[in-house]
Design a protein. Sequence first.
Length: 176
Amino acid sequence: MSERAGELEPASTAGAGKAEPIAKGGRAGTSLAGVLARFDRPKHPSARFERPKHPSARFDRPKHPSLAFAPLKWTSFFHSLVYTSLLICAFALGKPQPATLVLGWTHGLLWIGMSFACIAAARTRIVSLRLAVAVAVLGGIGPFFGSYEFVREQRRRALADARFENSQTSAPRPDC
């Protein structure tokens, strides 16, 4: 054993080759406490999972501005418009070839792009998982499902905000 208590010895002098843990006086950053301190994590594991005070607080600040809720919602509405135009071109107008081809490719590329964007937005908690599934899975059949889910999510958020505001402005209850 070396002079400092608990410190690891080199392999040539360790004897049986058993490693011992480094004590508090050991090298910084090699123990679990040192690694956790470098990442500025809270000491207690449950402190990382605190619930936000506001119900939609986790949706407020997107990490990437293009993954914000409003641009995704308006892109979904545009995708529904393109798909409606494609259906009209394909079935009502007798399949005029350049327009049908362009609208078909536009719908396909928008569906792929919206699928990736909504999955990334769901991972960063900008949109709900239900909305991301509606866009990614059902969006190829009809993007109207995604547009409906965007409207539904926006109404749900507005209702949560109103409930939060009402709970904050109500008079405090007397303790009996």
